[in-house]
Write a protein that binds this ligand. Structure first.
Ligand SMILES: [Zn+2]
Length: 299
C-alpha cells in the first residue's frame, strides 16, 4: 500500500513523512507536540502534519503507520503511558487516528519504529542481529534477532533505558540508577542545571561542551560511557556485535564517541569480536520512516 504516511509522536514534536513505493521521502512536516492538551489535541496535530506532508508530496497516501511512546496494544490503545503526555493512558489512539485520517492506521511503539526504519533504510541494513538504542527525551531500545524485531513476552524486550547500575539518581520510572538518568536528553539537561544553576536544552549543553565548558563535556562523556557499558552487557548476553544509536542526543555524536570508544576498548567482549557502535543514518526521520513499516507487518 503506497504511498504511505509515517508519523512520529515524539516528546517535543510530531512529524510526518510521505514515502513512495521506493521508500523515498517525498513530503515532510512537523509541529510541536501539544503534550499537555490530551489525546484529541495529539490526533489533531497528527492530522495537520499528515495533511501538510501529503500536500508537499503531491501524493495521496493510502495508509498510515504511527510510532508513539509507551506500550501500545494491537488495536492502538495506549496501555502504559509516557509521563511526558497528559491524558494518554487508555487513549484509543489507533481508532481516533483512523477516524481523523480516514485511512487504515497501525500504531506501534516509537522505538520499535526507529529500529525497523534503520533496519530497512539505515545503519542496520544487511545486519541480521543488532540492538538499537534511541537516546531521546528518554532512552529506549529495540532488538533485532535473525532479522526480526524481538519484542519479548510482554512487549517490553530491550528496555535498556531502565536497567540499573548507572549511578544513584532517581529515574523517571521511580527507580534508581537507570541508564536513562545519565544518557537521556532531559537527564543531561537536568544534570547540567543541577551542577551550574543554568537550565539549557540538551542541544545548548552540547554547544557549550564544544566551546570548552567542562561540566557540559563531562555529562556527554558520562552518557557515552554509559551507552558503551550497556552495549557490553547486551553483547555479553546475546553475542551481538552491532549497535545502532540514534535519537536527538545522538546529534552530539562528536561528544559521545570518544567515551564510547574508550569504554569499549577497556573491556572487549569475551568472544574476541569487537562491538561496532553505528550512528543512526535516518536521523530525525527514523521513527516516522520506520512507523510506515507497521502497516505491512499488520495489515
Ligand atoms: Zn527507569
Amino acid at each position: 500500500m503506497y504511498p504511505r504516511l509515517g508519523i512520529d509522536i515524539g516528546g517535543t514534536g510530531i512529524s510526518a513523512v510521505v514515502l513512495d513505493g521506493a521508500g523515498i521521502v517525498r513530503g515532510r512536516a512537523s509541529v510541536p507536540t501539544p503534550a499537555e492538551h490530551g489525546g484529541d489535541a495529539m490526533v489533531a496535530a497528527c492530522l495537520q502534519v499528515a495533511t501538510d506532508a501529503a500536500g508537499q508530496s503531491g501524493l495521496a497516501p493510502a495508509a498510515a503507520g504511527v510510532g508513539a511512546a509507551g506500550i501500545i496494544d494491537a488495536n492502538g490503545v495506549v496501555l502504559a503511558a509516557s509521563d511526558s503526555f497528559t491524558g494518554w493512558e487508555g487513549y484509543a489512539l489507533g481508532q481516533k487516528l483512523r477516524e481523523a485520517l480516514a485511512m487504515p492506521v497501525q500504531v506501534g511503539n516509537d522505538v520499535a519504529a526507529f529500529v525497523l526504519g534503520e533496519q530497512q533504510f539505515g545503519a542496520g541494513r544487511g545486519i541480521e542481529n543488532f540492538f538499537g538504542i534511541a537516546l531521546g527525551t528518554g532512552v529506549g531500545g529495540g532488538l533485532v534477532l535473525n532479522s526480526l524485531l524481538h519484542t519479548g513476552e510482554h512487549g517490553a524486550a530491550a528496555e535498556i533505558g531502565h536497567i540499573p547500575g548507572f549511578g544513584k539518581r532517581h529515574c523517571t520510572c521511580g527507580r534508581v540508577g537507570h541508564l536513562e538518568t545519565i544518557a537521556a536528553g532531559r537527564s543531561i539537561s537536568a544534570r547540567y542545571a543541577e551542577e551550574t544553576g543554568n537550565m539549557h536544552s540538551t542541544k545548548a549543553v552540547a554547544a557549550l561542551a564544544r566551546e570548552g565548558d567542562e561540566v557540559a563535556a563531562a555529562l556527554f562523556e558520562r552518557a557515552g560511557a554509559g551507552v558503551a557499558r550497556a552495549a557490553l552487557m547486551i553483547s555479553g548476553i546475546l553475542d551481538i556485535s552491532a549497535l545502532v544509536v540514534g535519537g536527538g542526543v545522538a546529534s552530539a555524536w562528536d561528544l559521545l564517541l570518544p567515551a564510547m570508544e574508550s569504554t569499549l576498548r577497556a573491556s572487549p567482549p569475551i568472544s574476541g569480536n569487537p562491538i561496532s557502535i553505528l550512528r543512526s543514518e535516518l536521523g530525525a526521520d527514523a521513527v516516522a520512516i520506520g512507523a510506515s513499516r507497521f502497516i505491512s507487518r499488520h495489515a
